[in-house]
Design a protein around this ligand. Structure first.
Ligand code: 6GU
Length: 241
């Protein structure tokens, strides 16, 4: 997969050289390039913004500069992502869909956002999604781009050594948060690892983990319990729900 990220703060994307994403890049599993939007600005001051038409606070990013940049980067098969707090919520399902795309371009806005004609124009040519990573406001799209690139990259074939790691995790197919995990030592700070986990009884361990996932999800994310697929709820669950 290829991913292009465009920002006026390309250094903000430096963490994409580290850890899981950095290793995936080094292994050639993702071709990730970060661009400075100002490279496409034409005036002496490399201006990328202007005042909002109709009045109001802040500045808006100019469509002409973004258009020159995106015309150079997008192809017919590009999925253009525009991070914005007014976008559709980015979820694990979004990450899964994007991981199947051949090319992502992430257009990071700052200030009050990017002139709305940019999304409208590219929507006539390619797939465009305005995405939010949650119900809070950030200073720009860069932190959201970091989040989305990591969530997508870890789903690409070969990035995670043991693909079983992708099966039993929060926001996976069962619709529940993950159960609590433990390792050695068996006693730490006066706290014991739950005895069932050292029992060697795999059936009991599976049931205990399922119960923990259910009680944790009920307490922290009741919305996920409401959304559970009836087909994934078993007889043992019903006592807890
Ligand atoms: Cl994607 N961008 C900005 N600027 N703020 C956000 C966001 C995105 N998602 C949540 N808040």
């Amino acid at each position: 997969m290829r991913i292009d990220v465009v920002s006026i703060f390309p250094d903000y994307l430096a963490p994409l050289g580290l850890s899981l994403v950095g290793k995936a890049r080094a292994a050639g599993l993702v071709d990730l390039r970060v661009h400075d939007l100002r490279a496409w600005a034409v005036d002496r001051h490399h201006t990328v913004d202007d005042t909002p038409t109709g009045g109001g606070a802040g500045m808006v990013m100019r469509p002409d500069v973004w258009g020159t940049a995106l015309d150079e980067l997008v192809t017919d098969t590009t999925h253009l992502l525009i991070p914005t707090p007014s976008g559709a919520t980015f979820t694990q399902r979004t990450a899964e869909a994007l991981a199947a795309a051949p090319h992502l371009v992430i257009a990071c806005g700052r200030y009050e956002g990017i002139d709305a004609r940019v999304a409208a124009h590219y929507r006539t040519r390619i797939q465009v999604t305005e995405v939010s990573i949650g119900d809070y406001v950030l200073g720009g799209g860069e932190a959201a781009a970091l989040v989305m690139v990591e969530a997508v990259t870890r789903l690409l074939p070969g990035v995670i050594g043991n693909p079983e790691s992708l099966v039993e995790e929060s926001h996976g197919a069962d619709g529940l948060l993950e159960y609590p995990v433990f390792t050695r030592p068996v006693t730490w700070a006066g706290l014991d690892v739950p005895a069932v986990l050292t029992s060697g009884h795999h059936g009991k361990i599976t049931r205990w983990r399922r119960d923990e996932a259910l009680t944790r999800t009920s307490a922290r994310r009741p919305d996920l319990i409401e959304a559970l697929d009836a087909a994934t709820v078993d007889r043992g669950d019903l006592a807890l729900l």
